[in-house]
Write a protein that binds this ligand. Structure first.
Ligand code: B1M
Length: 215
Protein backbone atom coordinates (compact mmCIF):
# COMPACT_ATOMS: atom_id res chain seq x y z
CA UNK A 1 0.00 0.00 0.00
CA UNK A 2 1.11 3.59 -0.52
CA UNK A 3 2.39 5.33 2.62
CA UNK A 4 -0.72 7.26 3.69
CA UNK A 5 -3.10 4.39 3.03
CA UNK A 6 -0.74 2.15 4.95
CA UNK A 7 -0.88 4.52 7.93
CA UNK A 8 -4.67 4.47 7.92
CA UNK A 9 -4.57 0.68 7.63
CA UNK A 10 -2.18 0.43 10.60
CA UNK A 11 -4.83 2.04 12.80
CA UNK A 12 -7.56 -0.27 11.51
CA UNK A 13 -5.39 -3.38 11.91
CA UNK A 14 -3.79 -2.26 15.18
CA UNK A 15 -0.38 -2.90 13.58
CA UNK A 16 2.42 -1.17 15.41
CA UNK A 17 5.47 -2.77 13.81
CA UNK A 18 7.12 -0.23 11.55
CA UNK A 19 4.84 2.58 12.71
CA UNK A 20 7.68 4.94 13.63
CA UNK A 21 9.36 4.59 10.24
CA UNK A 22 6.10 5.27 8.41
CA UNK A 23 5.40 8.32 10.55
CA UNK A 24 8.89 9.68 9.90
CA UNK A 25 8.38 9.24 6.16
CA UNK A 26 4.92 10.84 6.39
CA UNK A 27 6.32 13.88 8.23
CA UNK A 28 8.59 14.53 5.26
CA UNK A 29 5.41 15.05 3.22
CA UNK A 30 3.03 16.88 5.53
CA UNK A 31 2.81 18.35 9.01
CA UNK A 32 1.95 16.12 11.99
CA UNK A 33 -1.55 17.56 12.38
CA UNK A 34 -2.30 16.83 8.74
CA UNK A 35 -1.29 13.21 9.30
CA UNK A 36 -3.55 12.96 12.36
CA UNK A 37 -6.56 14.65 10.76
CA UNK A 38 -6.37 13.14 7.30
CA UNK A 39 -4.97 9.67 7.88
CA UNK A 40 -5.05 8.49 11.47
CA UNK A 41 -8.55 9.76 12.25
CA UNK A 42 -9.76 8.21 8.99
CA UNK A 43 -8.53 4.88 10.36
CA UNK A 44 -10.34 5.41 13.68
CA UNK A 45 -13.53 6.19 11.76
CA UNK A 46 -13.31 2.84 9.98
CA UNK A 47 -12.71 1.12 13.34
CA UNK A 48 -15.88 2.77 14.71
CA UNK A 49 -17.88 1.59 11.71
CA UNK A 50 -16.56 -1.98 11.86
CA UNK A 51 -17.18 -2.16 15.61
CA UNK A 52 -20.64 -0.61 15.32
CA UNK A 53 -21.67 -3.13 12.67
CA UNK A 54 -20.36 -6.11 14.63
CA UNK A 55 -17.47 -6.82 12.27
CA UNK A 56 -14.77 -6.00 14.80
CA UNK A 57 -14.50 -7.22 18.38
CA UNK A 58 -13.61 -5.05 21.35
CA UNK A 59 -10.02 -6.30 21.97
CA UNK A 60 -9.15 -5.28 18.40
CA UNK A 61 -10.70 -1.86 18.92
CA UNK A 62 -8.47 -1.49 21.94
CA UNK A 63 -5.41 -2.43 19.87
CA UNK A 64 -6.35 0.16 17.27
CA UNK A 65 -6.76 2.77 20.00
CA UNK A 66 -3.30 1.90 21.32
CA UNK A 67 -1.67 2.29 17.92
CA UNK A 68 -3.53 5.60 17.52
CA UNK A 69 -2.20 6.80 20.87
CA UNK A 70 1.35 5.68 20.05
CA UNK A 71 1.18 7.51 16.72
CA UNK A 72 -0.05 10.73 18.30
CA UNK A 73 2.64 10.50 21.00
CA UNK A 74 5.26 10.04 18.28
CA UNK A 75 4.02 13.04 16.26
CA UNK A 76 3.39 15.42 19.14
CA UNK A 77 7.00 16.55 19.74
CA UNK A 78 7.24 17.53 16.07
CA UNK A 79 4.28 19.90 16.14
CA UNK A 80 4.66 23.62 15.83
CA UNK A 81 3.91 25.10 19.17
CA UNK A 82 3.56 28.09 21.38
CA UNK A 83 3.67 26.28 24.68
CA UNK A 84 4.50 29.36 26.70
CA UNK A 85 1.14 29.09 28.50
CA UNK A 86 -0.48 32.04 30.17
CA UNK A 87 -3.35 32.72 27.74
CA UNK A 88 -5.82 31.01 30.06
CA UNK A 89 -6.42 27.72 31.78
CA UNK A 90 -8.72 24.87 30.69
CA UNK A 91 -9.68 21.86 32.75
CA UNK A 92 -10.27 18.70 30.72
CA UNK A 93 -11.95 15.50 31.82
CA UNK A 94 -13.81 12.56 30.34
CA UNK A 95 -17.04 12.28 32.33
CA UNK A 96 -18.06 9.64 34.85
CA UNK A 97 -18.48 6.14 33.42
CA UNK A 98 -16.70 6.89 30.15
CA UNK A 99 -13.17 5.67 29.28
CA UNK A 100 -12.76 7.22 25.82
CA UNK A 101 -9.89 9.69 25.87
CA UNK A 102 -8.28 9.92 22.44
CA UNK A 103 -10.39 12.93 21.46
CA UNK A 104 -9.94 14.64 24.82
CA UNK A 105 -6.18 14.18 24.61
CA UNK A 106 -6.13 15.69 21.12
CA UNK A 107 -7.93 18.72 22.51
CA UNK A 108 -5.25 18.88 25.21
CA UNK A 109 -2.47 18.83 22.59
CA UNK A 110 -4.04 21.46 20.32
CA UNK A 111 -5.06 23.84 23.11
CA UNK A 112 -1.81 23.56 25.07
CA UNK A 113 0.27 23.94 21.90
CA UNK A 114 -1.47 27.24 21.31
CA UNK A 115 -0.54 29.13 24.44
CA UNK A 116 -3.05 27.82 27.00
CA UNK A 117 -2.47 25.84 30.15
CA UNK A 118 -4.42 22.60 30.34
CA UNK A 119 -5.19 20.58 33.44
CA UNK A 120 -6.13 17.14 32.13
CA UNK A 121 -7.53 14.98 34.93
CA UNK A 122 -8.23 11.89 32.84
CA UNK A 123 -11.17 9.55 32.35
CA UNK A 124 -14.25 8.51 34.36
CA UNK A 125 -14.28 11.72 36.36
CA UNK A 126 -17.28 12.48 38.55
CA UNK A 127 -18.38 16.11 38.78
CA UNK A 128 -17.03 16.33 42.34
CA UNK A 129 -13.50 15.61 41.07
CA UNK A 130 -13.93 17.99 38.13
CA UNK A 131 -14.99 20.83 40.42
CA UNK A 132 -12.29 20.11 42.96
CA UNK A 133 -9.61 20.32 40.26
CA UNK A 134 -11.21 23.42 38.72
CA UNK A 135 -11.07 25.22 42.05
CA UNK A 136 -7.60 23.98 42.95
CA UNK A 137 -6.07 25.04 39.65
CA UNK A 138 -8.19 28.19 39.28
CA UNK A 139 -9.16 27.35 35.70
CA UNK A 140 -10.99 29.72 33.36
CA UNK A 141 -13.17 27.07 31.73
CA UNK A 142 -14.23 23.46 32.16
CA UNK A 143 -14.10 21.04 29.22
CA UNK A 144 -15.95 17.75 29.37
CA UNK A 145 -15.60 14.95 26.86
CA UNK A 146 -17.76 11.86 26.46
CA UNK A 147 -18.45 9.42 23.63
CA UNK A 148 -21.20 7.27 25.03
CA UNK A 149 -24.83 8.25 24.66
CA UNK A 150 -25.18 7.94 28.43
CA UNK A 151 -22.39 10.53 28.81
CA UNK A 152 -24.64 13.15 27.25
CA UNK A 153 -27.03 12.61 30.19
CA UNK A 154 -24.14 12.81 32.67
CA UNK A 155 -23.08 16.11 31.11
CA UNK A 156 -26.58 17.49 31.67
CA UNK A 157 -26.49 16.36 35.31
CA UNK A 158 -23.05 17.94 35.71
CA UNK A 159 -24.35 21.28 34.44
CA UNK A 160 -27.25 21.04 36.90
CA UNK A 161 -24.74 20.39 39.67
CA UNK A 162 -22.76 23.49 38.68
CA UNK A 163 -26.01 25.48 38.78
CA UNK A 164 -26.98 24.20 42.20
CA UNK A 165 -23.53 24.91 43.62
CA UNK A 166 -23.78 28.49 42.34
CA UNK A 167 -20.76 28.00 40.07
CA UNK A 168 -22.36 28.47 36.66
CA UNK A 169 -21.35 32.12 36.44
CA UNK A 170 -17.76 31.25 37.23
CA UNK A 171 -17.17 28.47 34.73
CA UNK A 172 -17.88 28.57 31.01
CA UNK A 173 -18.23 24.95 29.87
CA UNK A 174 -17.05 23.37 26.64
CA UNK A 175 -18.48 20.00 25.63
CA UNK A 176 -17.28 17.57 22.97
CA UNK A 177 -17.43 13.94 21.90
CA UNK A 178 -19.03 11.86 19.22
CA UNK A 179 -22.37 11.23 20.97
CA UNK A 180 -23.18 14.95 21.25
CA UNK A 181 -24.82 17.10 18.64
CA UNK A 182 -24.52 20.83 18.28
CA UNK A 183 -28.24 21.30 18.71
CA UNK A 184 -28.37 19.20 21.90
CA UNK A 185 -25.69 21.41 23.44
CA UNK A 186 -26.68 24.77 22.02
CA UNK A 187 -30.43 24.33 22.51
CA UNK A 188 -31.23 21.72 25.17
CA UNK A 189 -28.20 22.12 27.43
CA UNK A 190 -28.08 25.86 26.95
CA UNK A 191 -31.59 25.93 28.50
CA UNK A 192 -30.34 23.90 31.46
CA UNK A 193 -27.11 25.75 32.24
CA UNK A 194 -27.28 29.16 33.83
CA UNK A 195 -23.74 29.94 32.58
CA UNK A 196 -22.13 29.74 29.19
CA UNK A 197 -22.11 26.27 27.56
CA UNK A 198 -20.67 25.62 24.11
CA UNK A 199 -20.17 22.72 21.72
CA UNK A 200 -16.87 21.86 20.05
CA UNK A 201 -17.10 19.49 17.09
CA UNK A 202 -13.34 18.92 17.09
CA UNK A 203 -10.14 19.96 18.81
CA UNK A 204 -9.72 23.05 16.64
CA UNK A 205 -13.17 24.30 17.49
CA UNK A 206 -12.19 23.70 21.12
CA UNK A 207 -9.22 26.01 20.62
CA UNK A 208 -11.40 28.67 18.97
CA UNK A 209 -13.86 28.46 21.85
CA UNK A 210 -11.02 29.01 24.32
CA UNK A 211 -9.99 32.08 22.28
CA UNK A 212 -13.58 33.40 22.50
CA UNK A 213 -13.90 32.63 26.20
CA UNK A 214 -10.64 34.44 27.00
CA UNK A 215 -11.24 37.40 24.64
CO1 B1M B 1 -15.86 2.63 22.42
N1 B1M B 1 -17.65 3.12 21.75
N2 B1M B 1 -16.69 1.55 23.79
N3 B1M B 1 -14.06 2.10 22.84
N4 B1M B 1 -15.34 3.42 20.83
C1 B1M B 1 -17.73 4.11 20.68
C2 B1M B 1 -17.85 5.53 21.25
C3 B1M B 1 -19.00 3.69 19.87
C4 B1M B 1 -19.73 4.81 19.11
C5 B1M B 1 -18.62 2.53 18.91
C6 B1M B 1 -19.75 2.00 18.08
O1 B1M B 1 -20.62 1.34 18.57
N5 B1M B 1 -19.76 2.30 16.81
C7 B1M B 1 -19.86 3.06 21.03
C8 B1M B 1 -20.82 4.02 21.77
C9 B1M B 1 -22.26 3.72 21.50
C10 B1M B 1 -23.19 4.53 22.32
O2 B1M B 1 -22.99 5.01 23.38
N6 B1M B 1 -24.35 4.67 21.73
C11 B1M B 1 -18.79 2.53 21.95
C12 B1M B 1 -18.99 1.52 22.93
C13 B1M B 1 -20.35 0.87 22.93
C14 B1M B 1 -18.00 1.13 23.84
C15 B1M B 1 -18.14 0.13 25.01
C16 B1M B 1 -19.44 0.24 25.83
C17 B1M B 1 -17.96 -1.28 24.42
C18 B1M B 1 -18.14 -2.42 25.39
O3 B1M B 1 -17.49 -2.48 26.42
N7 B1M B 1 -19.03 -3.29 25.05
C19 B1M B 1 -16.90 0.48 25.86
C20 B1M B 1 -17.24 1.62 26.83
C21 B1M B 1 -16.39 1.66 28.01
C22 B1M B 1 -16.72 2.89 28.86
O4 B1M B 1 -16.49 4.00 28.42
N8 B1M B 1 -17.24 2.67 30.03
C23 B1M B 1 -15.96 1.02 24.81
C24 B1M B 1 -14.58 0.94 24.89
C25 B1M B 1 -13.71 1.40 23.91
C26 B1M B 1 -12.20 1.11 23.92
C27 B1M B 1 -11.59 1.11 25.32
C28 B1M B 1 -11.94 -0.21 23.26
C29 B1M B 1 -11.69 2.25 22.97
C30 B1M B 1 -11.30 3.55 23.68
C31 B1M B 1 -9.84 3.70 23.96
C32 B1M B 1 -9.49 5.07 24.47
O5 B1M B 1 -10.11 6.09 24.18
N9 B1M B 1 -8.47 5.10 25.27
C33 B1M B 1 -12.95 2.55 22.15
C34 B1M B 1 -12.94 3.23 20.90
C35 B1M B 1 -11.58 3.49 20.30
C36 B1M B 1 -14.14 3.65 20.24
C37 B1M B 1 -14.31 4.26 18.84
C38 B1M B 1 -14.15 3.13 17.84
C39 B1M B 1 -13.36 5.38 18.46
C40 B1M B 1 -13.31 6.54 19.43
C41 B1M B 1 -12.16 7.47 19.10
O6 B1M B 1 -11.15 7.46 19.78
N10 B1M B 1 -12.30 8.26 18.03
C42 B1M B 1 -15.78 4.84 18.95
C43 B1M B 1 -16.46 4.97 17.61
C44 B1M B 1 -16.85 6.41 17.29
O7 B1M B 1 -16.54 7.35 17.97
N11 B1M B 1 -17.62 6.57 16.25
C45 B1M B 1 -16.35 4.06 20.05
C46 B1M B 1 -11.27 9.21 17.60
C47 B1M B 1 -11.37 10.50 18.44
C48 B1M B 1 -10.32 11.49 18.01
O8 B1M B 1 -12.65 11.04 18.21
O9 B1M B 1 -13.24 11.11 20.67
O10 B1M B 1 -14.95 11.75 18.91
P1 B1M B 1 -13.55 11.68 19.36
O11 B1M B 1 -12.98 13.18 19.46
C49 B1M B 1 -13.17 14.15 18.46
C50 B1M B 1 -14.38 15.03 18.67
O12 B1M B 1 -15.50 14.33 19.19
C51 B1M B 1 -13.88 16.14 19.53
O13 B1M B 1 -12.52 16.29 19.13
C52 B1M B 1 -12.00 15.08 18.57
C53 B1M B 1 -11.43 15.34 17.18
O14 B1M B 1 -10.69 16.47 17.07
N12 B1M B 1 -13.89 16.04 20.98
C54 B1M B 1 -13.88 17.16 21.74
C55 B1M B 1 -13.89 14.98 21.80
N13 B1M B 1 -13.90 15.37 23.08
C56 B1M B 1 -13.88 16.71 23.08
C57 B1M B 1 -13.89 17.63 24.14
C58 B1M B 1 -13.90 18.97 23.82
C59 B1M B 1 -13.87 19.42 22.50
C60 B1M B 1 -13.89 18.51 21.44
O15 B1M B 1 -13.90 19.94 24.75
C61 B1M B 1 -13.95 19.59 26.10
Amino acid sequence: LPLFERLERRIVDGERNGLEADLAAAMAEKPPLGIINENLLAGMKVVGELFGSGQMQLPFVLQSAEVMKAAVANLEPHMEKDDSGGKGKLLLATVKGDVHDIGKNLVDIIVSNNGYDVVNIGIKQPISAILEAAEEHKVDAIGMSGLLVKSTVIMKENLEELNSRGMSGKYPVMLGGAALTRSYVENDLDEVYQGDVRYAKDAFEGLHLMDRIMA
